[in-house]
Design a binder for this molecule. Structure first.
Ligand code: NAD
Length: 268
């Protein structure tokens, strides 16, 4: 793209009250550098007003060298998440959280401009490893706006029959045991045990949970929502934590930014 039309994709990040050394921020920035995406950033103090944040979003919306805008959530409590997400131009919403993008994701026969990065990464893993989705039973555990809900929408768009298990579900293990595909996005360490899994099922573990580990130099280690030791003996395929969905989320952010730059500049 750079050689052909002299343009490189650009990703703008707006951090509000979070530290510039935040792990997500540093990881994203390094990933952008590695693939040649130009980074832009605004670091706003904790007491910034909603109007100030929206002003910066508006300036990135009209900046032709920016193709993706990321607002680091969760924002501080005095701000309205929804009006901030609404301010991001739908064609630069590489996070895929704009209500119009989510709405289009939910509609049959419509496609959003962008699919949220973590669920998109889950689907990419299923496709790349040749897991059949059409006609299969899938269970998504968790129904958050950023992972569970869009993951369930994507699976049903790919023609799976989808159930959503959440905090109020009775007999979650019984429902999960029927699934050929499980996506777990809860935030509870080792919630999904080996006896929740149908033999041969494909398991995507989104959870990232710190658990005490005196042997680790940091005093803790990260585990998923799925008890890997048990589930890996029953499943046909399973993602590890760390190292499974996490890196895919970053890769999909880069992919969305590239896709956006190509669309904006009509570059095939
Ligand atoms: P969230 O807290 O917003 O949502 C959790 C969901 O789990 C809720 O819908 C809730 O109903 C459900 N839930 C809670 N307890 C439950 C239970 N006992 N049984 C079934 N469902 C239950 O969390 P989130 O933002 O969706 O994140 C979920 C996990 O995924 C966290 O560990 C988070 O760190 C991780 N995460 C990882 C990535 C990545 O890139 N790998 C990205 C986003 C989130």
């Amino acid at each position: 793209m750079k050689d052909a039309i002299g343009i490189v994709p650009g990703l703008a990040v707006i951090l509000v009250g979070s530290r510039k050394d935040s792990q997500t921020y540093v990881r994203n920035k390094k990933a952008c550098e590695a693939v040649g995406i130009q980074s832009f950033e605004v670091n706003l103090p904790e007491d910034s007003s909603e109007e100030e944040v929206i002003k910066h979003i508006a300036s990135f919306n009209s900046d032709p060298s920016v193709h993706g805008i990321l607002v680091e959530l969760p924002l501080l409590r005095h701000m309205n998440d929804e009006s901030i997400l609404n301010a991001v131009g739908i064609e630069k919403d590489v996070d895929g959280f704009h209500p119009l993008n989510i709405g289009r994701l939910a509609m049959q026969g419509r496609d959003p401009f962008f699919v949220p990065c973590t669920p998109k990464g889950c689907m990419e893993l299923l496709h790349r490893y040749g897991v059949e989705i059409k006609g299969k039973r899938a269970v998504v555990i968790g129904r958050s706006n950023i992972v569970g809900m869009p993951a369930a929408l994507l699976l049903q768009k790919a023609n799976a029959t989808v159930s959503i298990v959440h905090s109020q579900t009775k007999n979650p293990e019984e429902i999960t045991r029927q699934a050929d595909i499980v996506i777990a996005a809860v935030g509870v360490a080792n919630l999904v045990r080996g006896n929740w899994i149908k033999p041969g099922a494909a398991i995507i573990d989104v959870g990232i949970n710190p658990v005490d580990d005196p042997e680790s130099p940091r005093g803790y280690r990260l585990v998923g929502d799925v008890c890997y030791e048990e589930a890996s003996k029953v499943a046909g395929a399973i993602t590890p934590v760390p190292g499974g969905v996490g890196p895919m989320t970053i890769a999909m952010l880069l992919a969305n930014t590239l896709e956006s730059a190509k669309r904006i500049h009509n570059f095939k």
